[in-house]
Design a protein around this ligand. Structure first.
Ligand SMILES: [Zn+2]
Ligand SMILES: [Zn+2]
Length: 288
């Protein structure tokens, strides 16, 4: 539809025909919106991890003598390099290169969202650089991530009662030299704060609710003979992401031992998942 409308307009002025042919170069499949007089365009651009970004471009009648103005849902924008010979595809190309530089920033935020208890924001945008996390003991930590150097020590603000926050700041000051760029942010936080931080709520819930694929119970019976495993929840998940079936390693071990093709090496049983038949390896002998 946009394409037909734009093609009709293309004959009306050289400006319109320029915009038409330059959208063509970028690819119509990327076009999300097109203003009535063609001075506003937005393109949908995917980054290497498949995240969707929208690049908004505003041009005026003097285009391409004057550069377009651009905006996007990113934590920081880049300086557009522009000459009279530049085209919209160059804007898109520079934007894609900029997205590549921010890859590390988004994967750092993903690691926070996946393994820590984030309180705010509830719905993060690609441009959001902060995370407020619950670190337990009625304390919170506000993290501000540097978009262009996300693995460095982030700016931190502790929130909670004075004595608790002061104690946290002391630990933090003592340990912040131990922050390593080759570790993930949640790993670094656990080291720097000398504590295991609470995880996201849905993971905690799932751990309690998932039932074993063999005995169909969530928890093993309370039984002295089971030692430390008495009454415990599922502790093994099939690695095949299409299956992801949960088991008690005890149940899976017993089941594998009853199958003649199962092989044992030291205290590990090698066999196949009873649901998807993909290889599984379960440690046994850990009843106590
Ligand atoms: Zn079981
Ligand atoms: Zn499986």
């Amino acid at each position: 539809m946009e394409r037909i409308r734009c093609r009709e307009l293309a004959s009306s002025s050289s400006f319109c025909s320029t915009i038409y042919s330059e959208i063509e170069e970028v690819g119509w499949e990327h076009l999300v919106r097109l203003g009535e007089d063609l001075t506003f365009l937005s393109f949908r651009i995917l980054d290497k991890k498949g995240r969707t970004h929208t690049l908004e471009i505003v041009v005026d009648e003097t285009y391409p003598r004057s550069p377009p103005s651009i905006s996007a849902d990113v934590p920081c924008m880049f300086d557009l390099e522009w000459s009279i010979k530049s085209r919209l595809k160059d804007v898109v190309h520079q934007f894609q290169q900029h997205l590549g530089k921010l890859e590390e920033f988004w994967s750092t935020l993903d690691s926070i969202d996946q393994s820590l208890l984030v309180v705010d924001p509830e719905q993060a945008h690609h441009a959001t650089t902060h995370r407020l996390i619950n670190i337990g003991n009625d304390c919170f930590l506000m993290l501000l991530i540097d978009a262009l150097d996300p693995r460095s020590l982030p700016e931190c603000r502790f929130i909670g009662s004075d004595p608790k926050v002061n104690a946290l700041r002391q630990v933090w000051r003592r340990n912040c030299k131990r922050w390593m760029k080759n570790k993930t942010l949640p790993e670094n936080l656990a080291i720097t704060l000398e504590t295991q931080l609470p995880g996201p709520p849905n993971i905690q819930k799932n751990d309690q609710q998932i039932e074993c694929g063999i005995c169909y119970a969530q928890c093993l019976p309370i039984d002295d003979e089971l030692g430390a495993k008495s009454g415990s929840g599922t502790d093994y998940t099939c690695d095949n992401s299409n299956c992801s079936r949960a088991f008690h390693s005890l149940c899976l071990g017993d089941w594998l031992r009853s199958i003649t093709t199962t092989r044992q090496s030291f205290n590990v049983l090698f066999g196949n998942c009873p649901y998807c038949s993909e290889p599984v390896a379960v440690k046994i002998n850990s009843k106590n």
